[in-house]
Design a protein around this ligand. Structure first.
Ligand code: PMP
Length: 343
């Protein structure tokens, strides 16, 4: 066994966020004749790509004086779960509290994790974005009410707060550039807020303007049609969590629009096939959005032809979805194939 040189000592949680491995995906690469590389964000302290956004948003609030290290403060956010986890861990490390608003449809594992790490978790019924009860509006109202009561509070607003994409422009993008030595032809990833895609795209295109940036979208989301026609048109419902949009384009994604060259759409069974394949044959346990990303990277590789290098994101880990995409009863209920080893 070869052991890499010991890592330097890092400063607390913040120092442990980022610098994830870039993993060659053997089977996806062999199937396409391309080099398909996955950024292992499931290895972050909070278990997802959103640790970077959580840290970036809280550091930005501190720079603006909205939070003051060493003094009480509250971070409020509406989230599918992972951003809430990242924000809560960073808040814990800095002495702040967090109030996290999540639609109750999100995986039990993410909700349990949020409770476990001490988030003040507010579960609400899922609502369309135009409804005032949508989790984003609910979280904004909670922050406004606390501010009116004189609390030092920040609404993280991952969808509109550009500190989100900036965190990826400053860390994820440059890491990918350094890890590939600039040998990269395309980057593809799915969008929730678009922070990852927009930030990485900005960093990579600054060094290599002809690199292709491809938005990956789960079937049922309206972002694919937004890229193709300018109109957000959604139909259906994906089992993936944290990605896709039904009716709106988040500010973080909107400001990266000019950098996006194309979009690919991925159906749930195709994404899940990649999730199961990565787990059983590469030993990489990932969630549904990583499956969308790898399936999209394979589609992009087939469009570009052999010999290209395509990078994507392995957003979070499979353990977060044991009760869903690794649960035969859930899969059957959604009309999705149950892999034999889960039976
Ligand atoms: N995958 C998962 C599992 C997520 O939770 C998120 C964030 N909602 C994403 C992908 C998308 O990341 P971003 O918000 O940067 O677009």
């Amino acid at each position: 066994m070869s052991v890499p040189p010991p890592a330097r000592i890092v400063e607390g949680l913040a120092g442990a966020i980022g610098n994830t491995p870039l993993i060659r995906l053997r089977r996806a690469s062999a199937a396409t004749g391309c080099e398909i590389l996955g950024k292992a964000e499931f290895m972050q302290p909070g278990g997802s790509v959103k640790d970077r956004a959580g840290l970036g948003i809280i550091e930005d609030a501190e720079r603006r004086g909205q939070l003051i290290p060493g003094q009480p403060g509250i971070v409020v956010e509406g989230t599918a779960g992972n951003t809430g986890i990242g924000l809560t861990l960073v808040a814990n490390a800095r002495g702040y509290r967090s109030i996290i608003v999540v639609p109750e449809t999100q995986s039990k594992e993410k909700l349990d994790f949020l409770r476990m790490i001490g988030a003040d978790l507010r579960l609400i019924p899922p609502k369309p974005y135009r409804d005032p009860g949508h989790y984003v509006h609910t979280s904004r109202r909670i922050a406004e009410e606390l501010a009116a009561q004189g609390e030092r509070v920040v609404w993280a607003n991952q969808f509109g707060n550009l500190a989100n994409a900036a965190a990826h422009e400053e860390t994820t993008g440059p890491e990918i550039w350094a890890q590939t030595g600039g040998r990269i032809d395309a980057f593809t990833c799915a969008c929730g807020t678009g922070g990852t895609l927009a930030g990485v795209a900005r960093a990579l295109k600054a060094s290599k303007p002809d690199l292709r940036i491809i938005l990956a979208d789960p079937m049922g989301s309206g972002l694919y049609s937004w890229i193709k026609t300018g109109e957000v048109k959604a139909e259906g419902n994906s089992v993936t969590e944290g990605i896709g949009q039904a009716s709106t384009v988040p500010g973080n994604l909107e400001q990266g629009r000019a950098l996006i060259d194309d979009a690919v759409q991925v159906a749930d069974p195709v994404a899940l096939e990649q999730v199961y394949d990565l787990q059983l044959h590469e030993g990489l346990s990932v969630g549904g959005s990583a499956g969308v990303n790898v399936a999209a990277a394979i589609a992009v590789a087939r469009q570009m032809g052999p010999g290209h290098t395509i990078v994507t994101i392995l957003c979070d880990g499979g353990a977060r979805y044991q009760s869903k995409i690794f649960n035969p009863a859930f899969l059957r209920e959604r009309g999705l194939p149950v892999p034999t080893w889960l039976e």
